[in-house]
Write a protein that binds this ligand. Structure first.
Ligand SMILES: Nc1nc2c(ncn2[C@@H]2O[C@H](COP(=O)(O)OP(=O)(O)OP(=O)(O)O)[C@@H](O)[C@H]2O)c(=O)[nH]1
Ligand SMILES: [Mg+2]
Length: 539
């Protein structure tokens, strides 16, 4: 886990490369180390012991990856051993990670191993909070028969992995390795921010593991208490080098090393609130300048500030997924930037454009608190992100993957010939709408309560629109009519009459079984007879 190393006045994060045997974990570290440090620095990663080119314990290098709130970030980059028998060593290393890079093998001969090792690893990283993200590195893309990224995404979809961050690489040529690493560091730093927010970032002088030798000592110490793992693999016909690997002699006992999960006081120097805010409320500043579309798009693709993301870690995964399919970014006359992909909506309004990071962060925090307080009624697939546009200006973006909209559901049912089904859908939507309006009572001024911003989720309607500046709204009864009416008006008159007759007669007894249901029915029936006036909806 990350910690603050007082002896070196730096933040330490751990990126752990995991994956099946022969996928190219060691090769990735070797090439990445060269890329990051320059070819002239010939130092290879530290590997305490290997056998026939197979990693037995781990590969390790560290790298200073820029500054984090003015202090150096030191990344400990570690690759696990892939041999099937070395599960315990793998688990121990994954347990220490702030971000995992899963190195998948894209060659047909070893494709099946990816799933096997994903099944092993995913349960290990499910528990910890803040979450540990995975970046998927689809390696050996230089291979003539390599499977493409979409094929790997299908494997992940089978595992119900929501927003996988997948990068195509070749550890041999180095293609994609730096991008993968930068992505992993960003996600690890989000975790550090979340730890700071929770006052849970350990801080001290002789804390935790600071080099490969200490890690090796810790591993051998732990293993002395257990039977040594066998490196004799089960017979695997395509892995002849796995056979006959000798276990290296254990090292003599040396000075104990602090556990990687040492409890330690939290450093106050990292406190986001004292550092970033003066206590004044965030001052949103309307956009005065116009921005070049490419510049804004670039900021969205690559300039999300460290810690400027909600929810931490998963928010960035969602953001990467959202911008992966981003084509068009447009600015509306009111100054708001909007983008849509097949699945995501992204927006930053003119009041979400700030002069300086501190006020943008404060606004992000305010939105984050709002999202937390409304968690049960908001669609889960959302993020808030701060990007830097240049000149010290920052944009706050909201991103949402709404799923199946209530408006589409109602529209589709209105187009079907089956009036019975259509009437039932209308009744269900009306019921759920009434319930949602009750649940958001008091907060409705932050929401745009149309059926285009509502999604059916586990038999409930939840809000899948953006969170707005507070505004005056009508009563719940008025909002109910405003949300339903435009859709009913879009139906033909015959359709409205048929549905009205069904709800008023045949279906009344079946659907409206209690007072709440009766009252929803009573509210819907008159709407079916109303017309839309030129000024808008008749209430
Ligand atoms: N063509 C090609 N070969 C690769 C690539 N990455 C690794 N290899 C080769 O694959 C073999 C295994 O690579 P390693 O890096 O040792 O694999 P590993 O994942 O560390 O394996 P274990 O230590 O056993 O878990 C080596 O012969 C590498 O040269 C790649 O991107 N393209
Ligand atoms: Mg290796």
């Amino acid at each position: 886990m990350a910690f603050f190393d007082e002896s070196q006045d730096s933040a330490v994060v751990r990126i752990v490369y995991v994956g099946p045997p022969f996928a190219g974990k060691t090769e990735s570290l070797r090439t990445l180390n060269q890329i990051l440090k320059g070819k002239s620095d010939g130092a290879a990663p530290y590997s305490p012991s290997d056998a026939y080119g197979r990693t037995l314990y781990f590969d390790w290098f560290d790298h200073c990856a820029g500054l984090f709130r003015g202090r150096p970030i030191r990344c400990q980059v570690i690759a696990v051993p892939g041999q099937t028998t070395l599960t315990e060593r793998r688990k121990m290393l994954v347990d220490m990670a702030d971000c995992v890079v899963f190195v998948a093998d894209s060659t047909p001969a070893r494709w099946g191993k990816n799933r096997e090792f994903l099944d092993e690893m995913i349960p290990w990283i499910k528990g910890p909070q803040p979450p540990i993200a995975i970046v998927f590195q689809l390696n050996k893309q230089d291979h003539a028969a390599a499977y493409p990224v979409d094929a790997f995404k299908s494997v992940l979809a089978e595992l119900h992995y929501a927003n996988p961050v997948v990068r195509a690489t070749s550890a041999t040529t180095g293609d994609g390795l730096r991008e993968t690493f930068i992505t992993a560091v960003s996600l690890a730093l989000d975790r550090v921010h979340a730890l700071i927010e929770a006052n849970a970032l350990p801080s001290g002088k002789d804390l935790d593991i600071r080099d490969g030798q200490q890690l090796f000592d810790l591993m051998t110490q732990r293993e002395q208490a257990m039977p040594p793992p066998s490196t004799e693999p089960p017979p695997e016909t395509d892995e002849k080098t796995e056979a006959g690997v000798a276990e290296p002699a254990s090292r003599p006992e040396e000075a104990p090393v602090a556990s990687s999960r040492t409890e330690a006081p939290v450093s106050s120097v990292w406190d986001i609130r004292t550092e970033e805010s003066s206590g004044a409320p965030a001052a949103a500043k309307p956009a005065e300048e116009s921005y070049d579309c490419d510049l804004v798009k670039k900021s969205l693709l690559s300039h999300v500030v460290a810690g400027g993301i909600y929810p931490p870690v998963h928010g960035r995964e969602r953001m990467y997924a959202a911008v992966a399919g981003l084509q068009e970014l447009a600015q509306l006359p009111d100054g708001a930037w909007h983008a849509r992909t097949a699945e995501w909506r992204i927006r930053s309004t003119s009041v979400e454009n700030f002069e300086g990071l501190a006020s943008a962060r404060q606004y992000l925090l305010a939105l984050a608190h709002l999202c937390e307080s409304m968690k049960d009624v908001l669609v889960k697939e959302r993020f808030v992100a701060v990007t830097e546009v240049g000149d010290g200006r920052c944009f706050v973006w909201q991103g949402i993957r709404p799923g199946l909209l209530a408006s589409d559901w109602l529209r589709e049912s209105g187009e079907q010939p089956d009036s019975l089904r259509c009437a039932t859908v209308l009744f269900v939507v009306a019921m759920r709408l009434r319930q949602l309006l009750t649940r958001v009572s008091g907060l409705q001024g932050r929401l745009v309560l149309s059926l285009d911003n509502m999604t059916m989720h586990e038999e409930e309607l939840i809000y899948s629109g953006f969170l707005d500046e507070p505004k005056e709204t009508g009563s719940s009864a008025e909002l109910f009519v405003q949300a339903l009416m435009p859709h009913l008006c879009a139906w033909s008159e015959t359709r409205r009459i048929e549905v009205g007759e069904l709800l008023g007669g045949k279906l009344r007894g079946l659907l409206a079984k209690n007072d709440e249901q009766q009252s929803v029915l009573d509210a819907v029936l008159p709407l079916l007879g109303q017309r839309q006036s030129p000024e808008g909806v008749q209430v």
